[in-house]
Design a protein around this ligand. Structure first.
Ligand code: IPE
Ligand code: IPE
Ligand code: MG
Length: 258
């Protein structure tokens, strides 16, 4: 945001700001390695980048920001690194919850809770409870999250309802399945940004990303800043989303993209 600019000014400058952006915050380890630093230093700097990103998301007027901060597959990392990442999540909530709340941010956490330690579970519950009524921006933290596991759990929930006689198999449709995902009630992400140059989803929001636009940035996550965010939003607003339809010109009988 240029200094003195209001959210409305940004919206004018970047028409078509998406309601929901998902970010795969990747490249902390490589950022550190390039500087001869331990991986944890990359994760610490990544947390700084996240703070700035949340502030920018508020200024840009986004409704939802989902950040992928720990995947179910990340348990396969060395135990020291897993412990560091758990420690950073705790630090983020302890240090930032007050400010997030003051800024009107509603925190929601998606992913498995039962395999997290009780102190982390308590912090996540506290963050959600404190900020439940906020409306400025919903910050969805995907922690111990896996899209396949989320879809499997939704299928299990539907199967249990069928077994209990509350639902007929023929009634199962996309809406009912969506409503049993962790993201129930949240609109699908319009844009998914991944840093670090990797071009994959790594088990992030696979169901919800069916019609998302993707922007892959070569920079590592600790280097992601307001300017990079704006670049991604500008690229998004230049895209034409068709959702399976023909283009606007095609409908007018002029050009038709195939
Ligand atoms: C992203 O950075 C943070 C997490 C996955 C938790 P990485 O730690 O994956 O960094 P690279 O990909 O090894 O550089
Ligand atoms: C995805 O990054 C998970 C997060 C950013 C939290 P990874 O670094 O774990 O993904 P892969 O292993 O390169 O696919
Ligand atoms: Mg990575």
């Amino acid at each position: 945001m240029i200094s003195g600019e209001t959210t409305l000014d940004v919206r004018r400058r970047l028409p078509g700001v998406p309601a929901h952006v998902g970010i795969i915050m990747d490249g902390n380890g490589r950022w550190a390695a390039m500087r001869g630093l331990p991986r944890i230093e990359g994760h610490r700097r990544g947390l700084e980048a996240l703070r700035g990103t949340v502030r920018a998301a508020i200024d840009f007027g986004l409704d939802y920001l989902t950040v992928y901060s720990f995947s179910m597959e990340n348990w396969n990392r060395p135990i020291e690194e897993v412990a560091d990442l758990m420690g950073l999540l705790k630090r983020f909530i302890r240090n930032d919850l007050g400010e997030l709340h003051k800024s009107g941010v509603k925190v929601k956490v998606i992913g498995g809770r039962t395999d997290l330690k009780p102190d982390i579970r308590a912090l996540l519950d506290e963050a959600e409870d404190l900020t439940r009524s906020n409306t400025r921006l919903t910050l969805i933290v995907a922690f111990n999250y896996g899209s396949r596991q989320e879809i499997a759990a939704a299928a299990r929930a539907l199967a249990e309802e069928v077994a209990a006689g509350r639902l007929k198999p023929s009634e199962i449709n996309e809406t009912l399945l969506s409503q049993r995902l962790d993201t129930a009630g949240v609109p699908d992400p319009d844009l998914i940004i991944r840093t670090s140059g990797e071009k994959r989803l790594s088990n992030f929001l696979m169901w919800q990303a069916a019609y998302s636009e993707f922007v892959f940035l070569p920079m590592h996550w600790p280097d992601f800043d307001r300017h990079a965010f704006e670049t991604a939003l500008a690229e998004f607003s230049a895209r034409e989303r068709r959702f399976g339809r023909v283009t606007a010109q095609g409908q007018n009988g002029k050009t038709k993209k195939i």
